[in-house]
Design a protein around this ligand. Structure first.
Ligand code: CU
Length: 113
């Protein structure tokens, strides 16, 4: 009986983990982040994967961002901050995100680590 309970809880853990990954969307505001006038800045770390200077976007393989319930993943971000001099694809970066009016998380600070 104990073995069965344990097995069931393992299955449950794996399933909920997968469900969480599927829910990871960047245009939806997580409910715990609702604020009125405060600007919430979220810290992130990762590796720079690509730069699209023309579109003002950077692709980052970011680490998990618990504050947003995001697992590690590779994604494009709108860059609202200047691209640091000499930064290149492959560099480790630290960044800060602010949510846009369209509920999109955009980079307002990008720094090479
Ligand atoms: Cu992401």
């Amino acid at each position: 009986m104990k073995t069965l309970t344990l097995a069931l809880s393992i299955v449950f853990t794996i399933t909920s983990g997968a469900a969480l990954a599927e829910q990871h969307g960047h245009d939806v505001s997580p409910h715990q982040m609702q604020t009125t006038n405060n600007v919430t800045r979220i810290q992130g770390m990762g590796a720079l994967k690509a730069i699209n200077a023309k579109a003002g976007k950077v692709q980052i393989a970011h680490e998990a961002i618990p504050a947003l319930n995001w697992p590690p993943m590779i994604m494009w971000f709108v860059l609202r901050a200047p691209l640091p001099n000499g930064i290149k694809v492959g560099d480790s970066v630290h960044f800060e995100l602010v949510q846009s009016e369209k509920k999109q998380w955009e980079i307002v600070m990008l720094m090479k680590m």
